[in-house]
Design a protein around this ligand. Sequence first.
Ligand code: ATR
Length: 276
Amino acid sequence: MSLRACVIGWPIEHSRSPLIHTYWLSQYEIDGVYTREAVAPKDLKSFLNRLDEAGFAGCNVTVPHKEKVLTLVDHADDLARDIGAANTLWLDGGMLRATNTDAYGFITHLERTAPNWNAARRPAAVLGAGGAARAVVRALADAGVDEIRLSNRTRARADALGGAISRLTVADWRDRDRMLAACGLLVNTTQLGMTGEPALEIVLDALPDDAVVYDIVYAPLETELLAAARRRGNRVVDGLGMLLHQAVPGFEKWFGVRPEVSDALRNLLLADLGAR
Ligand code: ATR
């Protein structure tokens, strides 16, 4: 019988995970399938209870289920609990386990694109305080960043996130431009700048021109933030690599092969982004 995995969400049509996993299944000649499953919030518990019976080795989890699944699985690891969200589930001897691979995807893409990004050990600035920001902050703390400066429109959310991490300081949203002084990295984790969303308004003047600017938005691939950063000579990191790398651990758990994020795969996703 074919190995099976899927991505669950509500709605789910937008998910690009099937494109990534189906590409790898074919590349590694694995007899497996990866499908999109539309699961309404009211059906989440019963869907997960029947995952094994339905023949799935596990699944990816996307909006709006990433937080809720933590209460429904048998075991969520420390990373998923700290971040407060899981995106990868797998069955392990009948036990349903959960982790979060966003922090891994974020940092792996950064290390590959700008390997010496933290060589000068300067502060990192992060915009946003949602689930993506929690994964990014956790990844930066684990990577040894000594000072993380966080700014979010709703200050209380940034304060709540900061409470758990001593090396994190919070700046008001109106002070986000000034927060960039002396930073070696700026990360946008909000959806501002994404197609159909408002623009991210930020002035980069205070940011050193050898800093790295990373936008986790990948549609468009070159956001206004990255275009502005590129114009003033900063190195830029786009959001597509994070999407690709976060998929690696799940594929390995379900299908038994650790897949490679290749240029060919990236080009496939780029073509799909262009076509939509
Ligand atoms: P995710 O889990 O994908 O990070 P989220 O939890 O909805 O999504 O978080 C979205 C982030 O984008 C938040 O930091 C949000 O700011 P608030 O906490 O103030 O809501 C930020 N965001 C969304 N729209 C915004 C806007 N128009 N201006 C500023 N920040 C915005």
